[in-house]
Write a protein that binds this ligand. Structure first.
Ligand code: NDP
Length: 388
């Protein structure tokens, strides 16, 4: 205890022992505190439960059950009213647990058009099914948040964007990193010039696929995966890097890095190393792989005066943010990573309810799919530069 602390403690003791003027002043202060405070001028007040946007979740797989559905527990503008599943038993069990009573399957899905208890639809299906169910939901008059990557092809993405325009409904791509506190803090610091001028971005994303594990089985097929590692995890590097920059690529190049003779990769690539060149002259360089161990999720932003390292950068629970250069190495706390799921739901609900632009619209998913298509074109041609 230092000297000031000691004196404070002594004063409190004297007051407690009946030093009346001090006690009276203290009780006046308490009476003032009890008069209340103005409403916080915060537009983010939680909606009352009856007013929240009502969501249907389509596809009750590992990500939906593990992350999306629990995310509603922290949401303030969103609640679940419906599940769509090909497995009625699973839908019933989850419905009982989460108080969701409207259960649909893939055959009667279009009947959601008559269901006034559904405002928004979250597509959490394998990639090859995103376009079909997104367009069906939009035609049913619902707003749609679709998981990443947006779809299998550029043409499908274009059709999804057109369907949203036609239906006058919101279409978002679930790039949760745009709602994640550490990445938002990195974006703020980069845009505020805290690393000087951006000189280079590097990113690596990957994991080791298990051909026996059902969620990996469909990822290894062209029909349901759309593409390979670039679709599933490379898209985090691509999209997150562009989130930090204020320019769009003008050319891309890529080479495949699929292990020769690996039986897992008969239909989709096991790995790809890629580069995007920006108008300012800098490049973003990345790798994605279905053959990395342990799970890699790493972003590095090299500036003229400092660097930001995020490792991991795009996970569910614990993204890190470190600044190096311009002083001692600093670990920066930015908030709880897990908030991203509820924040993403509420961000979309808000956009849908107020008909205002969403942070990660369909057009962003389409842009990314065009870039990935250009990377494949380059890799198919031995790494030749593709101008955009
Ligand atoms: P899963 O295989 O675990 O779940 C997919 C679900 O889709 C299945 O459980 C099933 O649900 C339904 N489904 C319908 N038709 C098929 C079919 N022909 N084959 C397989 N499943 C089918 O996959 P994930 O949960 O890992 O991925 C789902 C989506 O979420 C993908 O788009 C993926 O890219 C995305 N994702 C996003 C992440 C993120 O961080 N943003 C992380 C992980 C995945 P049911 O039994 O209810 O019909």
């Amino acid at each position: 205890m230092n000297q000031d602390d000691h004196q404070l403690t002594r004063r409190r003791l004297l007051a407690a022992a009946g030093t009346l003027p001090i006690a009276a002043a203290a009780s006046r202060a308490l009476a003032q505190e009890a008069e209340g405070q103005p409403m916080p001028g915060n537009s983010q007040l939680p909606e009352t439960p009856g007013e929240r946007m009502r969501w249907a979740i389509v596809g009750l797989g590992s990500f939906a059950i593990g992350q999306v559905i629990p995310g509603f527990g922290d949401a303030r503008q969103s609640r679940m009213t419906a599940f769509v599943s090909g497995n009625p038993e699973k839908a019933r069990t989850l419905g009982e647990r989460y108080g969701v009573s409207l259960l649909y399957n893939y055959e009667n899905f279009d009947r959601i058009a008559e269901d006034e208890q559904i405002d928004c639809v979250y597509i959490v299906l394998p990639v090859g099914l995103h376009a079909e169910y997104t367009i069906r939901a939009l035609k049913a008059g619902k707003h749609v948040l679709c998981e990443k990557p947006m779809a299998s092809t550029v043409a499908e993405c274009e059709a999804m964007v057109a369907a949203a325009k036609e239906a006058n409904r919101q279409l978002g791509v679930a790039y949760r990193v745009h709602f994640e506190p550490a990445n938002l803090e990195a974006q703020r610091r980069i845009r505020a010039g805290e690393i000087g001028t951006m000189r280079h971005v590097q990113c690596d994303h990957g994991f080791n696929t298990n051909p026996e594990y059902p969620p990996h089985v469909w990822r290894l097929t062209r029909a349901l995966g759309g593409g390979g590692s670039m679709y599933d995890v490379g898209v985090y590097g691509l999209n997150t890097s562009l989130m930090m920059l204020e320019e769009e690529p003008v050319e891309v190049s890529a080479v495949y890095s699929t292990p020769a003779g690996d039986e897992r990769f008969r239909e989709v690539e096991g790995g790809i190393d890629w580069r995007m060149r920006m108008p300012s002259g800098i490049s973003v360089q990345g790798s994605s792989s279905y053959c990395y161990s342990p799970y890699a999720s790493r972003q590095r932003y090299f500036g003229s005066s400092a660097s930001i390292i995020m490792d991991p950068a795009t996970t569910y629970y614990d993204n890190g943010l470190v600044m190096e250069g311009g002083g001692p190495r600093r670990e920066i706390g930015a908030g709880n990573t897990i908030q991203q799921f509820a924040a993403q739901l509420d961000g979309f609900s808000e956009a849908a309810r107020t008909n205002t632009p969403h942070r990660t619209p369909g057009e962003m998913g389409l842009r990314d799919m065009r870039l990935i298509a250009a990377m494949y074109e380059s890799a198919d041609n031995g790494g030749a530069v593709v101008k955009l």
